[in-house]
Design a protein around this ligand. Structure first.
Ligand SMILES: [Zn+2]
Length: 284
């Protein structure tokens, strides 16, 4: 059909397209679907050939429309949030083993850098983190307690083993605390002062108010030898905490012990607290 002018031809073509648009689109879709693999293959080849050109074009477009793209992406994410999270969670669950292995490998390879980064981040955000963790604890108190209990019951044997190992190490480092040495400490104390007397404040100790005391604490390199042991009030002991004898006297002053007076009422019968001794079974 001949046209009078080019304008008329274009107009007619446009009309025809609008009339058959639906059909044409469907046809194109069908073609795409049928030739999917071939098309992808072609696209890949084309991309490989014109890689730099395409990338440069994309970069230029992205730089020009940065805000627009970001906005679009954000909107899209918010719209499909639930679905996306679900999908990623599911993917993670099905590939759990891979994720764990990869994470471990990555950590081992970048250990130094990651640790440095983490400490730097902590120092920078110390106040915020402590605030957040306090808040989190208050909100999830019961859950945290429940979880800790569960962990404890699950790792009971592990914990027991750890404590046993620690006491064994302590015994090796500090020596064994025997009933014999404790008895000697108590009798020598009474021989010296007349009655059982606190070596820190030089006041007599009432029944069941005594504590066996390490002059230099075990945690600070003290031992279980006779030289390092003494008897003190429970309250004096708790006031001393992890101080050495010298440090305690510097901090709390030096009281004077008055000789004589109560020498005759010797207090020989006393009970040693069984929990002090490492060989407590020899009590029974
Ligand atoms: Zn005392």
């Amino acid at each position: 059909m001949p046209y009078k002018s080019k304008k008329q031809e274009k107009y007619h073509q446009r009309q025809w397209y609008l009339k058959n648009r639906k059909r044409l689109l469907e046809k194109r879709k069908k073609y795409h679907f049928e030739n999917k693999i071939r098309e992808i293959k072609y696209c890949r080849i084309y991309y490989k050939k014109n890689k730099e050109k395409i990338n440069a074009k994309n970069r230029k477009y992205r730089a020009k429309n940065k805000e627009k793209i970001n906005k679009h992406n954000r909107e899209w994410w918010h719209e499909n949030k639930i679905l996306l999270l679900q999908k990623s969670k599911q993917y993670r669950l099905t590939h759990l083993k891979n994720f764990k292995e990869y994470g471990k490998k990555y950590y081992q390879e970048n250990k130094k850098r990651l640790k440095k980064k983490a400490t730097q981040y902590y120092i920078k955000n110390k106040i915020r983190i402590s605030k957040w963790s306090d808040n989190y604890y208050e909100l999830n108190k019961e859950y945290i307690k429940k979880r800790a209990k569960k962990w404890y019951t699950k790792n009971k044997d592990k914990i027991k083993f750890y404590h046993r190992k620690q006491t064994a190490l302590r015994k090796k480092r500090c020596g064994i605390l025997t009933v014999k040495t404790i008895q000697q400490v108590y009798t020598d104390n009474i021989k010296k002062y007349g009655v059982l007397t606190c070596y820190l404040c030089f006041k007599p100790i009432a029944e069941k108010k005594d504590n066996l005391e390490h002059k230099t604490p075990l945690s600070r390199g003290g031992t279980n030898e006779y030289k390092n042991l003494a008897v003190a009030h429970q309250r004096c002991n708790s006031r001393k905490r992890t101080l050495t004898e010298m440090e305690y006297r510097k901090k709390w002053g030096l009281p004077k012990w008055k000789k004589g007076g109560r020498k005759n009422e010797r207090q020989i019968n006393y009970n040693i607290n069984a929990s002090y001794c490492d060989d407590a079974h020899s009590f029974n």
